[in-house]
Design a protein around this ligand. Sequence first.
Ligand code: ZN
Length: 320
Amino acid sequence: MPELPEVETVRRMMDRHARGRKVRSVVLSGARLREAVPATLPRRVSGRTITAVRRHGKYLLVDLSGGMTLISHLGMSGRWLYYERPPAALPPHLHARIGFADGSSLWFLDPRRFGVLRAVPTRRLKADRALALLGPDPIASPPSGAELLALARGARVSVKNFLLDQRRIAGVGNIYASEILHRAGVDPRRAAGRLIEDEWRAVAAETGRVLGEAIEHMGTTLSTYRTLWNEPGTYAERLRVYDRAGEPCRACGTPIRRIVQGRSTYYCPTCQPARPARGRRVRVSAARDARRARATVASRGRLARRRRARGSAGARANRG
Ligand code: ZN
């Protein structure tokens, strides 16, 4: 299922190749997607020029001249394809064909039909029933650890499902939630309200890192997702835990575990221990402090021996 990096890949390509083009015609299949595609859509969109392609979370927002915006969601299996010259044979599951005045085309395919397609006046976007509910986009406005801590205060939901809630953060889905928590070293089963600020700081940092890397690789293709050129994204081979049950953790070699938290979650029981982080962190830092203290004592000893060997003049120079 496409998440933020996949939609962002489509957005960038659409902005590069379709912006500035004038819509000549829109042909709909008439099939119902997640909701009915309004029959008024062709009339609302035709004759307008694409001025910008934006995104909020997993929603693609195609701005058109004259204050209209085409809202699109890829759902489970939606795909936008761009053709300089569209093929004569129409593929199955083709639900919208946007023809531009210069002969090029944007096609929307969606086999499972959970996608969304509708046009609304741009000034009413903020009040749109889908967009109004969304939390901040983690690329446009990255949350800080302190903000996530505040957002999660008292939340009993698991941290995995917390990250999936589009009302809190818009754009993270099932694949990247598992990846982010693995990199942050947080057990996905823990209650969101029980994480400490250090852990939220790690989650915030890894959210930016994981999503950024996935965008660089044009997203993750496990089955249906394709770019505007009908190519798969290449991030799947870099996934650390998702869809890797039983395979060794890339960090420590422990077999990756799969559990079901509504949907599949993948994690490493060693890198993401179940016990509360506070105790673990204290123990880790106590051990580290002890190591550092021993190292300091040892190096002081070596320094003192060297000074004695060089004589008092060297020792005085060192002190200065
Ligand atoms: Zn591991």
